[in-house]
Write a protein that binds this ligand. Structure first.
Ligand code: HEC
Ligand code: HEC
Length: 296
């Protein structure tokens, strides 16, 4: 006797499911088989250099010589768990990073971590790795830097590689009152958060976060744009109280001027309206006889 169709279907389903699962797994692994160098640049270089010194995270030059590979793989795959476990080496790293925790990287696998470590090992052998990070000048910031930085922030000065102006998504102290975007955080205190020009500059050269990464991946900021932006953020960080105070005064004055203007305008409109109402009245008062004449 033939089995009902549903049972036949059920018997075949596990096979079908297994095929689908295998296909998914295959596509997932191939999707992750990104070139490790591109992966490092996109995912790690906002916080790490190879031979360029510490930024948010430690310099990874020769990291495989100072710690065993199994530990490093475990840490890269799930830094949160290793940090939470109180592992002494991780605690030391955390302290050196001033308590900035390495975030878990979405989709990180053992194989991907291994590939990244091999890349780091290879790059460590070079005198100058391509992941030394941006080299920002150490010269003191000038007023001209701050002005240019503000121009870049507001989009009055275009970014060379076509990146979007910061003001589209960010506010900064009083600049928000002039229509800054709300998608990103307020950047008034961002210099303080990143502590210094190197950390903030390196972060901006390869931001790894959800929105910033796709926004600037194909339109990277250049070092002669990052320097003035950092100068502007540093200036805003220390001077924003003064700035907001003077902006507040300007707004109050603008408000007063605006109110006076509105009164004048209303007055004008009212008079015109009055005339507009009065004119036909006057006309009709003057015309009744002629109107009557044409009507009859
Ligand atoms: C947002 C910043 C950030 C990103 C992005 C980041 N890390 Fe880290 N990383 C850190 C910090 C900070 C530490 C030090 C430990 C801590 O404080 O959590 C660290 C530690 C490490 C260590 C141990 C270093 C040592 O000296 O033993 C390795 C290895 C490492 N990261 C690799 C990576 C790799 C590979 C990527 C990219 C897939 C990456 N990190 C992405 C911040 C980051
Ligand atoms: C398309 C919207 C968008 C644009 C344009 C944009 N940002 Fe962002 N930015 C964000 C968002 C959203 C975040 C929060 C992290 C994330 O999701 O990427 C952020 C985060 C940041 C941070 C980290 C803030 C922190 O407290 O950690 C900095 C610094 C930053 N942006 C600087 C800039 C600069 C400089 C520009 C202009 C050159 C810019 N952004 C342009 C959306 C944007």
């Amino acid at each position: 006797m033939q089995r009902p169709a549903t049972i036949r279907w059920f018997r075949r389903t596990p096979v079908a499911l297994a095929v689908v699962a295998a296909a998914l797994l295959f596509s997932a692994t191939t999707a992750q088989a990104e070139d490790p160098a591109a992966d490092f640049k996109r995912t790690c270089s906002s916080c790490h250099t190879i031979g360029g010194g510490r930024v948010t995270g430690p310099d990874l030059k020769n990291v495989t010589a100072r710690k065993d590979r199994a530990w490093l793989v475990k840490f890269i795959v799930d830094p949160g768990a290793v940090l939470d476990s109180g592992d002494p080496y991780a605690m030391k790293l955390l302290e050196e990073a001033r308590n900035q925790r390495m975030p878990n990287v979405a989709g990180m696998s053992k194989a991907r971590a291994e590939a990244l470590l091999s890349l780091i090992e290879e790059e460590s052998k070079k005198e100058k790795s391509r992941f030394m990070g941006i080299q920002l000048s150490d010269r003191p910031f000038t007023d001209a830097d701050v002005v240019r930085g503000e121009g870049l922030f507001r989009g009055e000065v275009g970014l060379k590689n076509g990146g979007a102006a910061c003001i589209g998504c960010h506010t900064l102290g009083g600049v928000g009152g002039l229509g800054g975007g709300r998608l990103g955080p307020d950047l008034t205190k961002v210099f303080e958060r990143y502590e210094n020009r190197r950390k903030l500059g390196t972060w901006l050269s390869a931001p790894a976060t959800e929105t910033m990464n796709p926004t600037f991946r194909d339109h990277p900021m250049e070092s002669d744009e990052i320097l003035p932006l950092v100068a502007y953020f540093k200036h805003a960080n220390t001077n924003h109280e003064e700035d907001t105070a003077s902006r507040g005064l300007i707004f109050a004055l603008l408000g007063l001027a605006g109110a006076a203007g509105a009164v004048l305008l209303l007055d004008r409109l009212w008079r015109r309206r009055f005339r507009a109402v009065r004119k036909p009245l006057v006309r009709s008062a003057a015309l009744p006889s002629s109107n009557k004449r044409t009507a009859t």
